[in-house]
Design a protein around this ligand. Structure first.
Ligand SMILES: [Ca+2]
Length: 387
C-alpha cells in the first residue's frame, strides 16, 4: 500500500502514534558540534587562556589556577596566586595570556580582592609571569584595583580583553566591572569604578587618551559607564570592543562600548526587579544614554563571549558571536547581519544536550571553540565540527 493510502486508512490515534514514532527517531537537532572533554574535575572553572604547545591555563573560582597539558590531567594548583575573597560570585575569575606570551610568559588575571584591612572587597587585575616549569606565578603585580571596596559578594564583572588598534596589539587592556549589586546608583557616577569598563596600560598606568582624563571628579581609568554586571567581552577583528552584561530580572544586554558613553543602568533597563516591580522610573530609554545592540527578556544569564574567526565550522559560522548561558545551560550561536558587525539576526542553541552552565567560551589557536562548564565537577570542552 502506498504511504498516502495507508495514512488515509488509519484512525486518528494511530496517525498520532505514528507521528510521535517518527519524531522520536529524528529528535530536534540542537547539536551541530561534538563536545570532546579536554579536562574534567575542575571546581567552578571561570576562565580559560591558551598557552603554546596546546596547553591551557584555567582558573577555578575558589582561588586556584592550573595548567592543562595535552592528554594530561590538570596540574596541581599553581603557587603564587594571591588570596581571593571566594564567596558568592567572588573568587579567582578571568585569565588571559599576553599575545607575546611565548617570549614574555606574561599572564593577566582578575579576581575579587579582599581589603588589606577593615573588610570589604573589590575586583582587581593582576599581572604575573608563569615560571618556566609552569608551576608558579612570579613577579606578581596588581595593576588595577576597583574603587571603592565594599561589603558584597556579588557583581564582580571580570573579563579581560587585550586591546588592538588596526589589528595589532596596542599595549592596553580592557576590564569589565560590575556595580557590586548593593551600589547600583554608583554606575552613573564617575567618582568610582562600580558598573564601569576601564582601560589601562599593561603596566597599570592610565592611557592619556582615555575619555575622562583631566575631568575633575572622574576616575581616569573609566572607558564607559552605566553598566550592571559584565561577564563577557571580546574584540571584533576591527578592534571594536563587544561586551554583554547581566540585567536584573530580564534585560541582559549586548553593548559595543564607546569611549565616554553611558549605557544607562540603573536609569534605563529592559528588566525589572527580582520578583517583579519596576526599577527607578521603569523606563527603557533616555536622551544621553545608549541603547543596547541586543537584549534578552527573559534573561539568559550570559557569561563568556567570543567571535569565531576561523572556518573550522564552515563559512556560515565565520563572524558569528558565541555567548554562554548560565541559566539555561547552552551556548548561544548568534548570527549577525554581517560578519563581526551589524545587528542580531538569529540565535541558535548549542550544547543543550550537555545541559550545564556555560561559564566561558573562547576560540583556540587551532580555530576551534572551547567552553568551560561551571559546576563542582566542571569541564573544559573542545567543540569538534559536525554532529
Ligand atoms: Ca543598558
Amino acid at each position: 500500500m502506498p504511504p498516502s493510502q495507508w495514512i488515509r486508512a488509519q484512525p486518528a490515534p494511530v496517525l498520532i502514534a505514528a507521528l510521535f514514532a517518527v519524531l522520536a527517531c529524528h529528535p530536534a537537532q540542537s547539536q551541530a558540534v561534538r563536545p570532546e572533554t579536554v579536562a574534567a574535575g575542575l571546581e567552578n572553572p571561570w576562565g580559560v587562556a591558551f598557552l603554546p604547545e596546546g596547553r591551557f591555563l584555567v582558573t577555578e573560582r575558589p582561588g586556584r589556577m592550573r595548567v592543562i597539558a595535552p592528554g594530561a590531567k590538570p596540574s596541581a594548583p599553581l603557587a603564587g596566586v594571591p588570596p581571593v575573597a571566594a564567596s558568592g560570585q567572588g573568587g579567582l575569575l578571568d585569565v588571559l595570556a599576553d599575545s607575546d606570551f611565548a617570549r614574555n610568559r606574561t599572564v593577566y588575571f582578575c579576581y575579587s580582592e579582599p581589603a588589606a584591612s577593615g573588610g570589604g572587597n573589590s575586583t582587581a587585575l593582576a599581572r604575573a609571569t608563569l615560571s618556566a616549569d609552569d608551576s608558579r606565578l612570579e613577579n606578581l603585580k596588581v595593576i588595577f584595583s576597583q574603587k571603592p571596596k565594599v561589603s558584597s559578594n556579588l557583581h564582580f564583572g571580570c573579563r579581560i580583553v587585550e586591546s588592538r588598534t588596526g589589528g595589532t596589539v596596542d599595549g592596553k587592556l580592557f576590564l569589565v566591572l560590575g556595580e557590586r549589586f548593593s551600589r547600583k546608583e554608583d554606575a552613573q557616577n564617575l567618582d568610582n569604578h562600580h558598573g564601569k569598563i576601564v582601560r589601562i596600560n599593561k603596566d597599570g598606568s592610565v592611557p592619556k587618551d582615555n575619555p575622562f582624563v583631566g575631568r575633575a571628579g572622574a576616575l581616569p581609568e573609566i572607558w564607559s559607564y552605566g553598566h550592571r554586571n559584565a561577564q563577557g567581552a571580546t574584540l571584533a577583528p576591527d578592534g571594536t570592543l563587544w561586551m554583554h552584561e547581566h540585567g536584573p530580572q530580564g534585560g541582559d544586554e549586548i553593548n559595543l562600548p564607546k569611549p565616554g558613553a553611558n549605557y544607562g543602568w540603573p536609569v534605563i533597563t529592559y528588566g525589572e526587579n527580582y520578583g517583579g516591580g519596576k526599577i527607578g522610573e521603569g523606563i527603557t530609554e533616555k536622551a544621553g544614554m545608549q541603547q543596547p545592540l541586543h537584549y534578552w527578556v527573559p534573561s539568559i544569564a550570559p557569561s563568556g563571549m567570543a567571535f569565531l574567526t576561523s572556518e573550522r565550522y564552515g563559512k556560515a559560522w565565520q563572524g558569528n558571536l558565541f555567548v554562554g548561558s548560565l541559566k539555561f545551560g547552552y551556548l548561544d550561536r548568534i548570527e549577525l547581519s554581517a560578519p563581526f558587525s551589524g545587528k542580531v539576526v538569529s540565535e541558535n542553541k548549542l550544547l543543550t544536550e550537555v545541559g550545564e552552565r556555560i561559564r566561558d567560551v573562547k576560540q583556540g589557536p587551532d580555530g576551534l571553540l572551547y567552553v568551560l562548564t561551571d559546576n563542582s565537577n566542571g569541564k573544559l570542552l573542545r567543540l569538534l565540527p559536525g554532529r
